[in-house]
Ligand binder design. Structure first.
Ligand code: SF4
Length: 55
């Protein structure tokens, strides 16, 4: 993924994701979907990026 496509509105450190910008900690997508795997989320770790795609 090229740096030019880094979406500066979406910071991300998940380097295993195919949408991650290699050298920059940003997502390359125009938008993402966030969800949860919990029935009653109470902390940031309860949430997930549902746009994640394995490299
Ligand atoms: S799709 Fe989600 S996990 Fe993947 S780089 Fe973008 S924000 Fe990060």
């Amino acid at each position: 993924m090229s740096k030019e496509r880094a979406n500066k509105c979406i910071e991300c450190t998940v380097t295993n994701c195919a949408h991650h910008c290699c050298d920059d900690d940003y997502c390359s997508l125009d938008s993402i979907k966030v969800g949860t795997h919990e029935c009653d989320p109470t902390e940031d770790r309860c949430t997930d990026c549902l746009s994640f795609k394995m490299k």
